[in-house]
Design a protein around this ligand. Structure first.
Ligand SMILES: Cc1cc2nc3c(=O)[nH]c(=O)nc-3n(C[C@H](O)[C@H](O)[C@H](O)COP(=O)(O)OP(=O)(O)OC[C@H]3O[C@@H](n4cnc5c(N)ncnc54)[C@H](O)[C@@H]3O)c2cc1C
Length: 384
């Protein structure tokens, strides 16, 4: 692995840094998990898109810059370094888009990706159900073909749909062949949320933000033309395979890039410097260790990008990323709260970050499940 950045990569970093310095809002935006905050974030995302910074690694014709994976990592580092807002379009651009690039038809890609990049279509992820979380293959929501009407009829319920109440579209898994084995007979659907028969009910998280929704499908008819190129992604009854590509992005490279943790680790060091009375002894050692772990995650990711570029996709190893970043995020915020002492118990960026870090071992597949995957599919250990 050659860790020297090329001239053009350095120039790309500088261009990104300059643009961000001139454009990142001076004050943090309100939470993107509230209705007003979501709108403010969309304005920001549209500004990114207008100057072709929304999806740098995508082709130019979809609004990107044809940037390499290395350049994408550079952009992410600069984005977080500049303290730029969280991406509320993340489930579309970081999860669905890589899956569309891999499994979408030309028509689906040509029409859906530019609208997603421009934050016109806003996508949420409809996988979990009241009886299917870790056991995703237990999905009961049904999709039945109606040939006469030319479309699909959806029934069932999804839950924990992040920002579902603010989105326009959902990508979800539905059972199309109830007779087939649990992992077979599932299909990956692309569904406009204004389809008659679809009800989206937002609900509050413990921190008060309306970050989640339940989505109900009551014989909701999705015509074949509801989504250009068709509402099915990757073929009928092939949904499990397509979904595994999405989980690879969610756990691995795209959802949580190292830039986010490098920036947070730098902020933690700044906090320790500003609290000399609290930052003593073992706590200083922990802050140092956490800073080093953030650097280690960057090195790990650089090695992974080398693998990808050389044709060795991470597959099940993306579970290692997920374990690492989610546990690092908790350690990092716990150390910050200790440094802050009683102030850590008040409502501030660190305490809010701490609350959200606790969700890290749950979303994108729980860490217990990731450990099962690593044990069985990376280490080849027997099931007990
Ligand atoms: C912040 C956040 C955002 C989310 N966003 C979305 C979203 O946008 N779309 C979406 O579809 N879902 C979303 N989810 C839901 C998430 O995917 C599920 O919560 C997760 O998959 C776990 O499922 P569950 O909650 O049903 O827990 P369960 O599956 O019931 O698990 C309960 C506990 O049992 C453990 N467990 C279960 N099976 C095993 C096993 N075989 N071996 C060892 N331990 C096991 C789990 O690790 C967990 O600790 C989100 C969740 C959170 C917290």
């Amino acid at each position: 692995m050659d860790l020297t950045w090329s001239e053009s990569e350095l120039a790309f970093r500088e261009e990104a840094r300059d643009w961000l310095a001139a454009n990142v809002p001076a004050e943090p935006l309100p939470s993107g998990d509230t209705r007003d905050g979501f709108s403010a974030h969309l304005e920001w995302e549209r500004r990114l898109f207008a100057d072709r910074w929304a999806v740098v690694s995508w082709p130019v014709e979809y609004g990107g810059r044809d940037a390499s994976l290395w350049e994408w990592l550079i952009f992410e580092e600069e984005y977080h370094r500049a303290g730029a807002p969280q991406r509320v379009t993340q489930n579309g651009i970081f999860l669905l888009a890589p899956t569309l690039f891999e499994f979408g038809t030309q028509e689906q890609r040509d029409t859906l990706l530019p609208r997603m990049a421009a934050a016109q279509d806003l996508w949420c992820q409809g996988w979990s159900e009241p009886g299917a979380g870790s056991d995703l293959a237990g999905i009961r929501s049904r999709a039945e073909r109606d040939d006469e009407a030319g479309g699909w009829r959806l029934t069932g319920q999804k839950t924990w749909t992040t920002r579902g109440a603010f989105c326009t579209h959902l990508f979800g898994l539905f059972r199309t062949d109830p007779q087939a084995g649990r992992h077979r007979g599932l299909t990956y659907f692309l569904v406009p949320l204004d389809t008659p028969g679809v009800t989206v009910r937002g609900f509050e998280r413990l921190d008060g933000d309306e970050g989640f929704a339940e989505v109900f499908f009551e014989d909701a008819f999705v015509p074949d033309g509801a989504v250009p190129g068709g509402a099915v992604l990757g073929g009928v009854d092939n949904g499990w395979r397509v979904a595994m590509a999405t989980t690879g992005s969610e756990r691995g490279l795209t959802l949580r890039s190292p830039g986010r943790f490098l920036r947070a680790a730098d902020r933690l060091v700044e906090l320790a410097r500003s609290q000399p009375e609290a930052a003593t002894g073992p706590l200083v050692d922990r802050v140092t260790e956490i800073w080093m772990q953030a650097q280690a995650y960057q090195q790990f990711t650089l090695a992974q990008v080398t693998d990808i570029v050389e044709g060795r996709p991470p597959g099940a190893r993306s579970s290692l990323n997920k374990l690492y970043w989610s546990e690092l995020d908790i350690r990092l915020h716990e150390a910050a709260l200790e440094l802050l002492g009683p102030e850590g118990q008040t409502d501030n960026l660190w305490s809010r970050g701490f609350q959200f870090s606790l969700a890290g071992p749950i979303y994108a597949g729980t860490n217990e499940i990731q450990r099962n995957i690593v044990a069985e599919r990376v280490l080849g250990l027997p099931r007990t």
